[in-house]
Structure formats: structure tokens, C-alpha cells
Design a protein around this ligand. Structure first.
Ligand SMILES: [Zn+2]
Length: 441
């Protein structure tokens, strides 16, 4: 028996050697504000070496026992770092890829194992050599001076379009990428927020590139965000499932099996997008940080409830309650954070809607309504919104009439009806009325 195995091994060895050639199946270039990432799709892990050379500045990547399946595309003309890409055979069997550069860079390289979406990958990240990492982290569009108050600051809303770059997120049956539609919705929402007096939006990403989950939180923090809202589109194996849901971070596990499953999908972004070893420790840190999150969790739930109200008045809700799960992207201990699953991209009807500009606007409006409501009660000290008169509300209890409420708050019944869109005198127990302020009367 042993002899048979030995001869089998002998037979196998030569064929293994013959198939040892690694095929580079494609080269993808992703330009982000902080860096440019070059991803080589490989048929197997590869031995490689990276050299940074001057005169002219270039990166040389030698891949042992490798060949290109086809000639890769050239980088975009407006890429900040890359001028061109060349390749050649070396030592008969090795592949040399040369990246000609526009400027001095530092680079790092690492390999990624296969996941659900991609096979083996070799990643080369290129950063500016001067260490100034934030060449241009996305900024809020400049706001007109008139919209700003001299002494009161705006509330800052960090809007995070999920996924990006080589991580497309969920993909609908029409081929719609989640990363694309959530970027559209995020940009529409940012524009609307910036038109509101006392509010300002920042986008964690403003293009099609990969951002580690942790970096998204960092950007929000760098801009002193008062609120972090991550925008996604759900997917589920049952195509009939539809509607919006809003999530907050959970400290003790997910509120449902579906929530747990979803968190796993969204958290996988870092495995798909690829984080290098250096980043891994920091992700771990984020996980530990959630222990100190209790304070902002209440605020997060409050935002989430307002967003559900807003979304519910626009379209169908998948869940009426705030859902919770261990989303990595929500683990900012100091910023109330919510994750909105706008719709199910896996539902063909909702996939079509997600691509529709009108529907994207309606979703953004619904989220904005939720933000207004939230900040009406929770605007941080020192903001223009906090300085405004707090919106007064009255919840109808048994025995209340329009007349008694009008008397109680010294407003006219007509004004009360007008502010609440009431046609007649009928009110219901539990109904909430907005009480108009003096300035309105
Ligand atoms: Zn997502």
C-alpha cells in the first residue's frame, strides 16, 4: 500500500510543477482621496517583490512564475499617482509589472485570500510620499455665508455611502450595485442637508473607492460629526422581501436572526475590500470600544425611530421597530450612529426604484425629515438648531379638545389646525399635535 502511495506522489509532482504558473486574471485600479489601490486578481497565491525606483519614479512588482491572462487597461489619465502600466516577461517564467508614477510615493503590498466575491488577490496601495495622507478627504460643499450664523455652529451630519471600489455590496438581479445607488442617495441627502439652515453634511466617500469601515468613522470624527448615518440597500435570498429598515449597534447581539445575518454581510466589507495587517488591530480596537457606547446608544435609537417615521411615510417598511446588530461601521463610541437599509435590492421592484432619481430623492427627503425631527429635540449645545425655540408638542389625552389645547398654549384654534393639517375638529387620543410658536401667530 505504501508503495502505491509513493508512486502516486511521484506521478503527481511533475504535473504540480507544470501547473504552478500563476495567472494574473485582471488588474483593477481604484483611486481614493487618500491613496490609489491596484488589485491583481490571481489564480493562486504568488511569490512577489515590490521595488520603489527613481529616475523616472516607478514601482516595479515582480511576480514569480506568473503570466498575464490579458493586457490590462491603463490607469485613468487623472489618477493622482499612476501614469501608466507596463509589463514584461522576466527570467522566462516570471512576470514584471511596472507602474510609472507621476509623483513620489510610498507603497505597501499584501495578499488577500478568496472570499465569496473574489479569488486570490495581490493588493498594492500607493500613498503620497510626504505622509500627508489626506490629500483630499471628502469635504462638505461650501455653504453660502448667509446660511451660517456667526456664533452658532451647524450640526454636522456624516453621511456614509456603504461599500465602494472593489466591494460592490449587494447586487440586484438587473445588475444594480448597492455601492452605486447608495452613493446616489447619499449625495442627494447631503445636498438637501446643506440647504437646511443650521445643518451641514459631510460624505465619508464621494467616489467609487474602497474605505475600511474604521476609516469611515475616523472621517466622521475628524469633521466633529454630531451624527453618523450609513446608507445601504438590503439583500435577502427571498426576493419577495422588501421595505426599509433602520439599525443601531447592538452590544448584546442581534435583535433577530436576520439582523445577525445582515451584520455579517455588511461587516464582510473589510474582508472583501481588503485591509492590511496593520489595520486589523484597529478594527479589533473598535470592537472593544463598543463597551463604552451606552451613552450614545440611546441617542442612536432615538434617531433611528425618527428615521423610521420618515421612511414609513414615504414607502413600505420592512420592520417598524429599530433593529440592532453588531455592525462594525456603527462602532463610534462618541457619535450617535445609525445604519439605514433603504430597500431590498434583491427585490426586483425595489431594485428598479433604487435606480430611479425620483425615488432616490424621496428616500433622501424621508431621511431628512427624520433628521429634522431628531435635531429639533437633540441639537447639541452651541448649535444654531439648539438656539431655536424648541418645538412644543402635545399628546392628546382623554378629555382634550382643540379648544382646551388652544387655551392651554395660548394659540388660536385656527392656527393649531393649520399647523397640524387638520380639516375638522376631530382629534384622537394618542395623537401628537405640534404647537405653533408665537412667531408663527
Ligand atoms: Zn450594504
Amino acid at each position: 500500500m505504501r508503495a502505491i502511495i509513493a508512486s502516486l506522489v511521484l506521478l503527481l509532482v511533475p504535473s504540480l510543477q507544470a501547473s504552478a504558473q500563476v495567472e494574473v486574471q485582471g488588474v483593477r485600479v481604484w483611486a481614493a482621496p487618500d491613496n490609489t489601490r491596484i488589485v491583481f486578481d490571481l489564480s493562486a497565491p504568488v511569490e512577489h517583490e515590490l521595488l520603489e525606483l527613481d529616475d523616472p519614479q516607478r514601482l516595479v512588482i515582480d511576480l514569480e512564475q506568473a503570466r498575464l491572462a490579458e493586457q490590462p487597461d491603463q490607469p485613468d489619465a487623472d489618477d493622482r499617482y499612476l501614469k501608466s502600466l507596463r509589463s514584461g516577461i522576466r527570467n522566462g517564467n516570471d512576470l514584471r509589472v511596472v507602474l510609472d508614477l507621476k509623483r513620489d510615493v510610498t507603497s505597501k503590498t499584501f495578499q488577500l485570500k478568496p472570499n465569496e466575491r473574489y479569488g486570490h488577490r495581490l493588493v498594492v496601495d500607493v500613498f503620497p510620499a510626504d505622509g500627508n495622507k489626506t490629500v483630499g478627504s471628502p469635504q462638505a460643499p461650501a455653504k453660502s455665508v448667509a446660511a451660517r450664523s456667526e456664533s452658532m455652529r451647524d450640526v454636522i451630519v456624516a453621511i456614509d455611502a456603504g461599500h465602494g471600489g472593489e466591494d460592490p455590496g449587494a447586487i440586484g438581479s438587473l445588475g444594480t450595485h448597492e455601492k452605486k445607488v447608495v452613493m446616489d442617495i447619499a449625495k442627494r441627502l447631503a445636498a438637501k442637508v446643506n440647504r437646511e439652515a443650521g445643518m451641514r453634511a459631510i460624505l465619508t466617500r464621494d467616489g467609487d473607492y474602497f474605505l475600511p469601515l474604521r476609516r469611515r468613522i475616523e472621517i466622521a470624527r475628524e469633521h466633529h460629526a454630531d451624527l453618523f448615518i450609513s446608507i445601504h440597500a438590503d439583500a435577502f435570498r427571498d426576493r419577495r422581501v422588501h421595505g426599509s429598515s433602520v439599525y443601531v449597534l447592538s452590544q448584546d447581539g442581534a435583535s433577530s436572526e436576520a439582523a445577525r445575518w445582515l451584520a455579517k454581510q455588511e461587516n464582510a466589507a473589510d474582508q472583501i475590500g481588503g485591509i492590511s495587517l496593520n489595520d486589523k488591530d484597529d478594527v479589533l480596537k473598535e470592537v472593544l470600544l463598543d463597551l463604552s457606547q451606552t451613552g450614545t446608544l440611546e441617542a442612536s435609537i432615538d434617531v433611528a425611530e425618527r428615521l423610521i417615521q420618515g421612511l414609513g411615510s414615504t414607502g413600505k417598511l420592512h420592520r417598524r421597530d429599530v433593529q440592532s446588530a453588531g455592525f462594525l461601521v456603527l462602532k463610534a463610541p462618541d457619535i450617535p450612529s445609525v445604519l439605514v437599509e433603504t430597500a431590498f435590492i434583491s427585490n426586483p421592484d425595489e431594485e428598479r426604484k433604487l435606480r430611479d432619481a425620483g425615488h432616490q430623492n424621496r428616500l433622501a427627503d424621508a431621511i431628512l425629515r427624520g433628521l429634522r425631527q431628531y435635531f429639533a429635540d437633540h441639537a447639541p449645545e452651541g448649535t444654531l438648531l439648539a438656539a431655536r425655540e424648541k418645538v412644543r408638542r402635545h399628546t392628546i389625552s382623554r378629555g382634550d379638545t382643540l379648544s382646551t389645547i388652544a387655551q392651554q398654549y395660548s394659540v388660536s384654534q385656527d392656527k393649531l389646525k393649520q399647523s397640524n393639517g387638520l380639516k375638522g375638529d376631530r382629534i384622537q387620543v394618542g395623537q401628537v399635535l405640534v404647537i405653533p410658536g408665537d412667531s408663527d401667530s
